[in-house]
Design a protein around this ligand. Sequence first.
Ligand SMILES: [Zn+2]
Ligand SMILES: [Zn+2]
Ligand SMILES: [Zn+2]
Length: 126
Amino acid sequence: MPHAFKKPCAYPGCPKLTDEKYCEEHKKIVMQQYDKFNREHNKNKKYGNNWRRIRVLYIKQHPLCERCLQEGRITPVEEVHHILPVKQGGSNSFTNLMSVCKSCHTKIHQELGDRPRGSQISTEKT
Ligand SMILES: [Zn+2]
Ligand SMILES: [Zn+2]
Ligand SMILES: [Zn+2]
């Protein structure tokens, strides 16, 4: 194998030459990190642990019901609404979230045509 085809390993600070992107040693490390990232990424697609953290962060940044605010009322946030429901492919990204109080949340879902089960929508709504 001519030396000319080899280039330095892409791992920062590694001087080893390789004909792939990374040397043997770093290929393993990078693949492991990639696997881990993928697993966590997939997990986060659903609610999962991360949702709680996102929700807390969002509430910190949006401590008032956004719908009440639009109507000139100051009401503390009680729930976080997904503008596009997760079931329909909505994400937990801040642009898809909305701080709401319970009564606005119920109204939003009524307007969306979600049938409340019993007299009240369950607290696990999106
Ligand atoms: Zn390396
Ligand atoms: Zn409200
Ligand atoms: Zn909702």
